[in-house]
Design a protein around this ligand. Sequence first.
Ligand code: RB5
Length: 149
Amino acid sequence: MNIAIGSDHVGIELKPIIIEYLETLGHTVKDFGPFSSERTDYPQYGQKVATEVVKKNYDCGILICGTGVGISISANKVHGARAVVCSEPYSAKLSKEHNNTNILAFGSRVVGSELAKMIVSNWLDAEFEGGRHQKRINMIKDIETENNR
Ligand code: RB5
């Protein structure tokens, strides 16, 4: 898969570990920054990665900030983004199977690198089940359309 990744300054140490892990699994990864540990603001990286994913330039996205919360909220403001913040693999897996999430976020202050890898692999390996879940995804899309009027 082609994967877009981004973080903020708090997620910057965990990010290369996740990139290396993804490459080991055979994926191609594009880093959308930041590229130094200088203090920065997570919304711009959440927006960048989400925009690339929604435009279908990448198959999916991964975002890392301190908690994963701010950067996932930012990503979810981009219409078509379905970002989930996870600190354990079960929700990561179910978020793909039921909610067809296209972006995974986690917090470098919350999960260690090995748990983060487990969350990532469970999310990547899972597949959207469609069926009754598609109806609910359509309802989410309707909310976006209604709020765009
Ligand atoms: C930055 O201090 C911190 O707020 C950020 O990394 C993230 O945890 C926000 O949700």
